[in-house]
Structure formats: C-alpha cells, structure tokens
Design a protein. Structure first.
Length: 296
C-alpha cells in the first residue's frame, strides 16, 4: 500500500536532492531496514532514500488527535513466535532471542488519518508486521515471514491467527527459488567486495545465507519450511566462527545453488501462491477488526 512520506534532511546530509518537507509516495518499502526506500514525487520522478532520512506519515500522525501510540499497538499482536538462531538450533551463549509475528489493529485506528505502521519494532530482535503487510510478504516468499508459519516456538496465537497458520501451504510456490536465490547472490556479491576491500566479512551473515539455501532446497523438494538445521549444525557454526576457508564456503554455496535449480525443476509446488485464498482471509480479518466486539 502506498503511503505519504515527509522527507527530513538531517544537518550535514549531502545525499538528498529534494528540499526538506517535500511530500512523496513510497513506491517501494524494503523489508530490511538497511536497504533504501524508493519514493515517487508529483513530477513522476523517483529517488532512493535511507530510512533514517524519512519520516513516514509523521506529519499527519502528529496532527490527528488520538492517533495511535506504537506502544499501544503491541496489544493487537495476534501471533508471536521465536525464529533466528534459537529456532534453527544454532544458538550459543549470548545469542539473541528473535521474535516475529503479525498484528491486527482495530478498524477505527487503521482507517483514521493517522493510520498504522506496516511493522512494529522494539529493536532488531522483535518485529511484528501489520497483517496485510505480513500476507503480502508471504505471497512474495519472503523467508523471514515464511519461517514464522513453521516456527515450533509459538508464544502467542489467537484463533484467527491459527486460521492463517493453517493456510500456510497456500503461500508456498516456485517463487521460493527466485527470492532465496536472488537474495543470496546479491548478498555474496557484497561479501566478496568486503573481503577484497577490508579483508574480512561478517561470518554470522555468511552462515545464515548458506542456511537459507539449505532451507530453500527443502521447501522446493518437500513443501515445507524447515527451521532446525541439526544435520548441518557443526558445519554452519564453523563458518560462523570463521574457521572455514572462503573457497570452501564458495564451493558449498555454488553446490547449493545447483541443488536449488534441480529442486525447482522437479518441484510439485505451484508456479504462483494462492492469491485468492490469501485475499479471502485478509478480508475476513478486516471484517473482524471492524466489529464492535473485536479485541486482540
């Protein structure tokens, strides 16, 4: 969904070419906070901005009496699970506890001028998407979202949320190959550049990229999203510790890309996710949120 943005230029910023206060439309909002937003202006031109340079809809929210306080919206989280290293079986002493899920705000808040944020974040370890955003990301085979459907560590799940979890199979499609493959390729290009320019890489990130390829192969071959990686735990943790030569990591990665291609060729997953059933559920959820009896 496109939302107005108010561009704020911090003192000393050189990257922005538009004046402070210019209003545009978010043409593309990335799921990763470090990636750029693409903003379309009234003249039809688009520019990319870092999240830190944007205040999304803030000028409207501040002017609406009774606008939502993000802290209050957490009570509308209807699904919360643990993902990340804990769910993968890769946790070590000091590992973070990553929680993800989705929330369903009441209609009177969502329909107001203030609107609601597409995601709630307490920090990098806790993220909850607004239910429509969650569904849209799932339809695109976003791995962070798909893993929520299959986490064995569920902390909150209302009956309505369980209905969506029971529909998790409708989101699995051949898009998994494109999404997983493209993301890992793009990230490894950046890692290779870091290695050339700085002589080191973030080995934890490397480990999770290999894990993502392993997961993608299973999704295409067997039709579910695996979280536990017990079979590969020792090899993956060795990568995290930086004990595996880069050449060996590269060999494993390229092998997994080929396995991903082979899995696509033989997969029984549909070419596209089931948009119709996903839409039907979203409409039902919206109707529930509009009822006077609704409470998360």
């Amino acid at each position: 969904m496109e939302k107005q943005v108010h561009i704020v230029i911090p003192e000393g910023t050189k990257v922005l070419t538009r004046p402070a206060g210019r209003v545009g439309i978010v043409a593309h909002a990335p799921s990763a906070p470090e990636h750029s937003y693409r903003v379309r202006f009234a003249d039809g031109l688009e520019e990319s901005f870092r999240r830190i340079d944007l205040t999304i809809f803030k000028h409207v929210q501040d002017e609406v009496p009774g606008g939502p306080d993000a802290t209050d919206l957490y009570r509308f989280v209807i699904y919360r699970c643990v993902v990340g290293s804990t769910a993968y079986g890769l946790s070590q002493e000091g590992s973070d506890m990553d929680r993800r899920g989705f929330y369903l705000p009441p209609a009177d808040i969502e329909w107001s001028l203030a609107g609601v944020p597409e995601q709630l974040e307490t920090d990098s370890e806790e993220v909850y998407w607004e239910i429509e955003k969650f569904i849209r990301l799932a339809l695109k085979a976003n791995p962070n979202v798909l893993e929520c459907f299959y986490s064995p560590l569920v902390e909150t799940c209302t009956p309505l949320a369980q209905e969506l979890i029971d529909l998790r199979h409708i989101f699995l499609s051949q898009y998994v190959h494109r999404t997983y493959n493209a993301y890992v390729l793009s990230q490894f290009k950046k890692l290779e550049q870091d290695l050339r320019n700085h002589g080191h890489v973030r080995w934890k990130h490397v480990m999770h990229l290999i894990r993502l390829l392993l997961s993608g192969v299973v999704v295409l071959r067997h039709g579910f999203v695996p979280l536990r990686v017990d079979e590969y735990r020792d090899r993956l943790l060795a990568i995290r510790r930086g004990e595996v030569p880069w050449e060996d990591v590269e060999h494993w990665r390229l092998t997994l890309h080929r396995e991903l291609d082979d899995a696509l060729a033989s997969t029984t997953l549909p070419e596209h996710p089931d948009y119709e059933r996903a839409n039907e559920f979203l409409i039902r959820a919206r109707r529930i949120s509009a009822s006077t009896e609704y409470a998360a």
